[in-house]
Design a protein around this ligand. Structure first.
Ligand SMILES: [Zn+2]
Ligand SMILES: [Zn+2]
Length: 198
């Protein structure tokens, strides 16, 4: 009797798994959300770069930062509050990326307010990026890589140890100029999710 029961449970599980895999493969709409007077030209550039690879992308008009996200002592916005707010602001089959020219921060490794370049759920429906900490010289290239990094997190990708991979952990620095593309392993993970941004 025990074996029958176990077999039944396994069958249920495998059906469930199959369904969720095919759900993931359907293309998501990528929603780009400029925040707090983000530079229009810069937003259009990222939009065009993503659109060249994936036509399912929407550029929204600018909105204010969520009310509770401003962290006055450091004059910056809380990335964790932003992504929490943004995830409720989109449809079921979408993922949203917020764009900020202001510095953003989150609680990290016991430090209450740690400045970051970006933050995203792993996996989840929202992420945010800021160009505040990027190198002046290569800002545009770095910004695009950062957007792909955070979107990668939303698909479920963790940080990657390959030095040239876009999923490399910044570890408080800025390694973006050394990053070239998603590594083979991250690429195949994203392909399995039906991603076109590779
Ligand atoms: Zn990351
Ligand atoms: Zn990788």
């Amino acid at each position: 009797m025990r074996y029958y029961f176990l077999a039944f449970v396994l069958l249920l599980f495998s059906c469930k798994k199959e369904k969720s895999e095919s759900d993931n493969v359907s293309q998501k709409v990528i929603v780009i959300q400029p925040l707090g007077g983000f530079k229009v030209k810069q937003a259009k550039k990222v939009f065009a770069e993503i659109k060249a690879l994936n036509p399912n992308v929407v550029l929204r008009t600018d909105i204010s930062f969520p009310e509770n996200s401003f962290y006055k002592p450091r004059n910056r916005y809380r990335a964790d509050s932003i992504i929490k707010h943004l995830k409720n602001n989109i449809g079921k089959d979408s993922v949203i990326v917020g764009l900020s020219n202001y510095d953003i921060s989150t609680t990290y490794k016991g430090i209450k307010d740690w400045g970051v370049m970006g933050l995203g759920y792993v996996p989840g429906k929202s992420c945010v990026v800021s160009d505040f900490r990027l190198s002046a010289k290569t800002k545009n290239q770095q910004f695009y890589k950062l957007v792909l990094h955070e979107l990668g997190h939303t698909e479920g990708l963790p940080h990657c140890s390959v030095k040239t991979c876009l999923m490399r952990d910044a570890e408080g620095g800025n390694p973006l100029d050394q990053e070239k593309a998603f590594c083979q392993s991250c690429k195949s993970f994203l392909k399995g999710k039906g991603w076109q941004l590779i």
